[in-house]
Design a binder for this molecule. Structure first.
Ligand SMILES: Cc1cc2nc3c(=O)[nH]c(=O)nc-3n(C[C@H](O)[C@H](O)[C@H](O)COP(=O)(O)O)c2cc1C
Length: 311
């Protein structure tokens, strides 16, 4: 199975819905985290979790909370929206988050994680999975965290085996991932640095017991990566057509929901930061896209970039 990772600012509901409509290759979609600010959840998060924006068969919302109260507050909002499966974020690496005791900021404090899980399971309204890093400062932290996770009936655990300080670069700690394969009682999902079918095969050889893979940047750089991994073969023309349809689906939806064309265009420019990697010359494609200031210039620019792959 392949899961789409949550990527704040990229895999928003327009992205997820367009992806599901055009490619039928992902088995579950994870919504980027929601969190509380001054006892309310910001509007940008409310839109992300609306049931009408999440009609795919399995969509999992993610909670970023520092304690059991915050967690319950968010869980209640999600339950009221009809969700019955939640994911807890123990991975966000940014100091603004970790210094507040959230995301991977909780990893050195297994007792705090215990309190949140104990509270959740005392009145559980649904299933819970965890997405975590190997540690905040050291990959050794995962050992005590696993002892806590093993005490609860979690649905599954998704591990991105880096420590927070690495952010998204440097080596994945494969020893930490192996440790989890041996010591965690729950189903384990692999996440991190799968950018090609070769990367996937190499991880599969290293971790033969894993049958579910979460892909993040690999998908947004190449939305056809799940096709490649699952061995769905299409002609180059069919693949190029799918990518174009995906692009157009997103553009149309942003134009529908944004206040003005400029905002929709900005969203598409953000999308191109990774999407440009689908093309033979990503830097050149991005340069053209960046220059565009209006929709009537954007459309022909996109067409000409696509013409390069259509040959
Ligand atoms: C821009 C960006 C935003 C992200 N937002 C989230 C998030 O909201 N929640 C989360 O659990 N992980 C988030 N992540 C981490 C990814 O879900 C994933 O764990 C990480 O990118 C490693 O997987 P990959 O190598 O396949 O990209 C984010 C990563 C990036 C690059």
């Amino acid at each position: 199975m392949i899961y789409m990772a949550p990527l704040q600012g990229f895999t928003d509901y327009v992205y997820r819905a367009s992806y599901a409509k055009v490619f039928n290759t992902v088995d579950a979609y994870f919504i980027p985290y929601i969190s509380v600010k001054n006892n309310v959840i910001p509007n940008k998060y409310s839109r992300e979790i609306l049931p009408e924006n999440n009609t795919q068969s399995r969509v999992v919302p993610q909670i970023l909370a520092k304690d059991a109260d915050e967690f319950e507050f968010l869980e209640n909002i999600l339950t009221n929206q009809g969700y019955s499966e939640f994911n807890m974020n123990l991975g966000c690496p940014y100091p603004m988050v970790t210094n507040r005791g959230k995301g991977s900021g909780l990893l050195p404090f297994p007792d705090e994680i215990y309190k949140i899980l104990d509270h959740f399971y005392s009145s559980a309204k649904g299933e819970l999975s965890i997405k975590l890093r190997a540690g905040l400062k050291s990959a050794d932290e995962i050992k005590d965290v696993i002892k806590v996770l093993n005490q609860f009936p979690l649905k599954e655990v998704i591990l991105h085996a880096r420590v927070a300080g690495q952010l998204y670069s440097g080596e994945i700690d494969e020893n930490a991932f192996s440790y989890a394969t041996q010591n965690l009682k729950h189903k384990l999902v692999y996440n991190g640095d799968i950018f090609s079918k070769e990367d996937f095969i190499s991880k599969q050889h290293k971790f033969p017991g894993i049958d579910t893979w979460m892909l993040g940047r690999g998908i947004i750089m190449n939305p056809l990566l799940p096709h490649e991994i699952k061995g769905i073969s299409l002609t180059d023309k069919e693949l190029a057509d799918l990518l174009y349809t995906f692009h157009q689906t997103m553009l149309e939806r942003y134009l529908e929901i944004m206040d003005n064309e400029g905002n929709a265009l900005n969203k598409m420019k953000q999308f191109w930061i990774y999407f440009a990697q689908c093309f033979p010359n990503p830097k050149k494609a991005m340069k053209h896209i960046k220059k565009v200031k209006a929709l009537n210039k954007y459309n022909p620019t996109v067409r000409s970039i696509f013409n390069e792959i259509a040959g």
